[in-house]
Design a protein around this ligand. Structure first.
Ligand code: BV8
Ligand code: ZN
Length: 306
């Protein structure tokens, strides 16, 4: 219990806070994380689909993956963890760095330009203090070399051919008799994900070129403006605390922010269903570890301030 009180004491006295958020925060909203058991889509490892090569090899497959994730995210609601973070951001000088592309944090009402923002120097802030450093499922951009079309779309399905991506049907399922006859595969075999040709995929309204999801894939650089503003926030003045929420900390450069804040003398509070026992037991200096569902933990732990 005293670890909780110790954390809450520090939280109350903290002026500048960074939150680093990962897929675990959206787990309670029903969205699968990347690693661990749910990190699969139709028996594909999600990591293998979030790459430029996967898109070049089979844009139809990758678009079906993202169409499914867009659909799931559109159906999902921000949970009490997202809401608690939004309240904290309104009460402190704080930025949120989210690796999630589901848009849930920005859908929390408090993020409207709430007049109860306590800090008055938010000119260095992204309008809501939330940085989607891996982009968003609702952004699309053109792949034609000479075209720089970027757009936003909440439409589902984006094209008729992308209908039928709503349910996470595993590839392996018992085939009906006429499916066996027509598809020629044996019972219980993999049902191939629909083969779509480029003409059936989202096209650019400006040049008819093939559109791609506006997310940052592995091997791609992150949005420079966001990175600069985050650097500015961390380097310009001291940071008292970084909240590390629902992230495995595997992905660079997102994972580098924890050490950057620690280096500046900030303390760390981890909220995760899977934390090393030593950290939970307080054996790591200036690091708190609270084990459990972020959606439940955050409202409780942030209560004295929000
Ligand atoms: C770049 C968008 C350079 C797409 C994503 C070898 C070693 C080290 C690094 C590298 C390497 N090889 C390559 C790299 C760099 C690479 C990288 O880090 N790879 C990793 C896999 C090793 N990084 C990059 O490529 C980045 N770009 O470095 O560019 C460059 C520079 C200039 C010019 C050109 C290039 C780009 C990385 C961005 C990739 N895109 N997403 C999409 O979403 O489809 S990353 C993807 O993984 C998601 O954004 C996801 O959020 C992110 C990280 O995962 P987490 O959020 O942490 O989720 P995860 O499932 O891993 O963990 C969930 C956690 O939650 C777990 O800990 C679990 O215990 C916990 N949890 C579960 N439920 C709950 C919970 N916690 C609380 N409550 C719960 N209920
Ligand atoms: Zn175009």
């Amino acid at each position: 219990m005293n670890r909780v009180l110790e954390f809450q004491d520090h939280l109350k006295n903290s002026k500048r806070i960074v939150a680093l958020v990962g897929a675990g925060l959206s787990a309670s909203s029903g969205l699968p994380t990347f690693r661990g058991s749910q990190g699969l889509w139709k028996n594909f490892n999600m990591i293998d689909l979030a790459t430029p090569d996967a898109f070049i090899m089979d844009p139809g497959l990758v678009w079906q993956f993202y169409s499914w994730r867009r659909y799931k995210a559109l159906q999902a609601q921000p949970n009490s963890g997202h809401k608690a973070l939004a309240k904290l951001a309104a009460a402190k000088d704080m930025i949120m760095i989210t690796q999630n592309v589901d848009g849930l944090q920005l859908r929390v009402d408090n993020h409207k330009d709430s007049d109860n923002h306590k800090n008055n120097n938010d000119n260095h802030k992204h309008k809501d203090g939330v940085y989607e450093i891996h982009g968003s499922l609702y952004d699309v951009k053109c792949t034609s070399f000479s075209c720089n079309y970027k757009g936003r779309s909440y439409k589902h399905p984006m094209t008729p051919a992308l209908a039928g991506t709503e349910e996470e049907v595993t590839r392996k399922r018992r085939l009906s008799d006429d499916e066996i006859n027509s598809s020629g595969t044996g019972p219980g075999e993999f049902v191939p994900v629909k083969q779509l040709d480029d003409g059936e995929l989202p096209r650019c309204p400006a040049c008819e070129g093939l559109l791609r999801p506006g997310v940052v894939w592995f091997g791609e650089s992150l949005p420079v403006l966001a990175l600069n503003q985050i650097d500015d926030f961390i380097e310009s003045q001291s940071v008292d605390l970084i909240l590390v929420i629902g992230t495995s900390g595997t992905v660079y450069p997102a994972n580098s922010y924890v050490d950057r804040v620690r280096y500046k003398g900030g303390k760390v509070a981890i909220f995760n269903t899977d934390i090393e026992q030593d950290i939970v037991d307080g054996k790591e200096k200036d690091v708190w570890g609270f084990k459990g569902d972020a959606a439940k933990l955050l409202p409780e732990m942030l209560a004295p301030v929000i």
